[in-house]
Structures are given as structure tokens and as C-alpha cells.
Design a protein around this ligand. Structure first.
Ligand code: M6R
Length: 365
């Protein structure tokens, strides 16, 4: 049932080109330069009334929401914020009728996310879900939603759900953007970039053996830092979460600018720093932060855009991802880090699909 793979996690990483193709299929309209997400069940007029977006979720789904926050603000010009679902549920959140609350949950059963949904419905928000499991509680309780169509995710470490969540959030942002400041031409360009996601991911997954060789060099470390800026900041958080949950290496994700405000004190000779340094706005600043880490003797693994010699020159190791739209690039970058975490954990002999202390879905608070 693992289809010849040693673990479900590796199988699910490799399934991503197909999972993403399923998540995207039939949902892009190249004529109008927009997306078709019928599950949102909204008329253009209703969409025009949305004045704020609140994304709620936990763990990896929360990280997808953080990428979505960038997408909604950047592409659709709509103020967006992310709240940890438990925080949303207990803080007595301010929600108004023109707010769109998007609950993100692979399983559709996470207790805190479900409670956040109920709270948002109580407060009269317009509530939508992004779930993978069809007919799950969150999917049922939200009258509108978009399914990921990623296929069953068995591994406790979430992989294909994350990339499909991000792809759908980008399509939602495209749709909302087209209703606002996006021209048809701009919409078509983004739609094309989204359409290319399965191919970008296939090219990244093909580097699995190369990533395994790199990972072997990091398997003996007990600490690691992940840094990124802009939409790559949530990818850094996700890379750190993946590594810690399956390899038990203490991993922290930081905004690259935040290093100097404390964490850099922990860098020693050979401390691994994984830098999300793809060629997107802010890259030069990230490369500057990499230099600061190098000066403390850190060992740098760069996730960079293919052919970027400038970035490669300051790294000890590199994983290259294809050049694409900056928000779309988050997806192959995340896949590279999934493979890195997997191969590090495998080299350490960890039980990858069932990490200690973790459950696939957290149905208690
Ligand atoms: O099913 P959900 O997306 O609601 O699950 C949320 C988190 O429990 C989940 O993403 C968790 O963080 C994963 N183990 C991460 O790999």
C-alpha cells in the first residue's frame, strides 16, 4: 500500500504533482484570467463586499494560511490576517459581516479549528473551509468550502495537503484579485504560473537523491535554523516544523531579519542554517543575513532559484528550485524542505510515519 516507497511520507511527497494537478484541474479560467471555485458559492457582488480575510488553522495548515495572507494582500489588496485557531476561539475575536473567515484543515476534524469555525459562524462572518477529507466535520459545518482533492494523507507529517492548500489559496486570491485591481492580462499570467505548479513540483521531487546526499551531512546535528522573508517566511516555519516532528532535531524557523534580535546568539561552528533564498524580492537582504550566519561559522543550506550563481556562491550546499512567480515559488521550496526533513530523519533511523507523541488529527484541545 506504500506503492514501493519506504514510508507513506515519501509516497505522499512523490504524489504531489498528481495531487496538485487534481487540486487545480478545472479551476482555472484562462479566458477571463481568473479561477473557478464553485465551492466558494459566491457571486462577484458578494466577493466585492469582502473587506477582510481571517485565516485560521493549526500546525502545517496554519503555515499555509500565512502564505495565503501574503497572497490576499498582495494580489487581491484585501487586508488579511492569520490566527492560530485556538487563539481565535478564546480571544473573543472581532468579526464583522463582511469578514471572510477561512478555516484550513487537512483532516477537517481538528478540535481547535472546528471551535474557531463555530465561533466565526456565531459572530455572523462569512465562513469557508479548505479541507481534504470529504464530509469531515469542518467541511460539513461550513456551508461553503473548497476541497483539496489531494487524496488520502496517511503520514502524520503533512506534505501534499500543505502544497494543495497553498495552491487553492493562490486561486482564491486570484479570484478575489480579479474582482479588484487585477487586469485580465495579469490574471492570465498568474493562472499560467498556477497551472505550471505540478511541473515545478515534479522537477523538485526528481532531486530526491541529490537532497538525500545533502541531508546525510546534516543528520548528526541536534539544532537547525530556517530563515526566510516575505512569503518564504512561512515556508521557513514549515521546514522547521517538518524537520522537528520527524527527525527530533530541535529546529526553529525565523524571519531572516529577526536573527539579529536574539537567535544569532545560538549560532556556532557548523550549526545548520537553511536559508530560503530564492530569487524573489528581498533575496539580497536574505543573502546579507546568510553572510552574517557564515561569519559565525554556520553551515548554510540554500534553497535557491536554479542558475542563481550569486546565491549559490554564499552557500555550503544548495537545492535549486525552478524560477516562477514569487508566491508560486513557495510550493516547490516547501517540497524541497519536505524531502530534506524526510532524508535527515531517514538517515537518523527515525520512525517517520508515526513520530512519537503525535497523532494525525488532533481532536482534543
Ligand atoms: O488536519 P489539520 O490540517 O487540521 O491538522 C493540523 C495540524 O495538526 C497538522 O498540520 C500538524 O501540524 C502536522 N502533523 C504537521 O505535519
Amino acid at each position: 500500500e506504500k506503492g514501493g516507497y519506504a514510508h507513506f511520507m515519501l509516497k505522499e511527497i512523490h504524489e504531489q504533482p498528481d495531487a496538485l494537478a487534481n487540486a487545480i484541474r478545472g479551476r482555472l479560467d484562462f479566458n477571463l484570467g481568473t479561477s473557478v471555485l464553485s465551492g466558494m458559492g459566491t457571486s462577484p457582488r458578494e466577493l466585492a463586499e469582502i473587506s477582510r480575510i481571517v485565516l485560521v488553522g493549526c500546525g502545517t495548515s496554519l503555515h499555509a494560511g500565512l502564505v495565503g495572507e501574503y497572497a490576499f494582500e498582495d494580489l487581491a489588496n484585501i487586508p488579511a490576517e492569520v490566527q492560530q485557531a485556538a487563539e481565535f476561539r478564546y480571544r473573543n475575536p472581532i468579526v464583522s459581516r463582511n469578514d471572510l473567515v477561512v478555516a484550513i484543515s487537512q483532516s477537517g476534524e481538528t478540535a481547535d479549528t472546528l471551535a474557531a469555525v463555530r465561533e466565526a459562524i456565531q459572530k455572523g462572518a462569512f465562513v469557508m473551509s479548505l479541507c481534504n477529507v470529504v464530509g469531515s466535520t469542518i467541511a460539513r459545518e461550513t456551508s461553503r468550502g473548497v476541497y483539496l482533492h489531494a487524496g488520502p494523507e496517511i503520514s502524520v507529517a503533512s506534505t501534499k495537503a500543505f502544497t494543495c492548500q497553498v495552491a487553492i489559496l493562490l486561486m482564491m486570491a486570484l479570484k478575489l484579485g480579479r474582482g479588484r485591481r487585477f487586469s485580465r492580462e495579469e490574471g492570465m499570467q498568474l493562472a499560467k504560473a498556477i497551472e505550471s505548479i505540478p511541473d515545478l513540483v515534479a522537477r523538485t521531487v526528481r532531486q530526491s537523491d541529490h537532497i538525500a546526499e545533502i541531508a546525510a551531512r546534516y543528520a548528526k546535528n541536534e539544532h537547525a535554523f530556517f530563515i526566510g522573508r516575505g512569503p518564504m517566511y512561512p515556508v521557513a516555519l514549515e521546514g522547521a516544523l517538518k524537520l522537528k516532528e520527524i527527525s527530533y532535531i530541535h529546529a526553529e524557523g525565523y524571519h531572516a531579519a529577526e536573527l539579529k534580535h536574539g537567535p544569532i546568539a545560538l549560532l556556532e561552528k557548523d550549526t545548520p542554517v537553511v536559508a530560503l533564498a530564492c530569487d524573489i524580492p528581498g533575496k539580497d537582504k536574505t543573502l546579507g543575513n546568510v553572510e552574517e550566519c557564515r561569519a559565525r561559522g554556520a553551515r548554510i543550506l540554500g534553497i535557491i532559484t536554479e542558475g542563481d550563481h550569486e546565491a549559490a556562491a554564499v552557500m555550503d550546499d544548495v537545492i535549486e528550485i525552478p524560477r516562477t512567480h514569487p508566491l508560486v515559488a513557495t510550493i516547490p521550496a516547501a517540497v524541497a524542505l519536505q524531502l530534506f526533513a524526510y532524508h535527515v530523519a531517514n538517515a537518523r533511523g527515525c520512525e517517520i510515519d508515526q513520530p512519537r507523541n503525535l497523532a494525525k488529527s488532533v481532536t482534543v484541545e
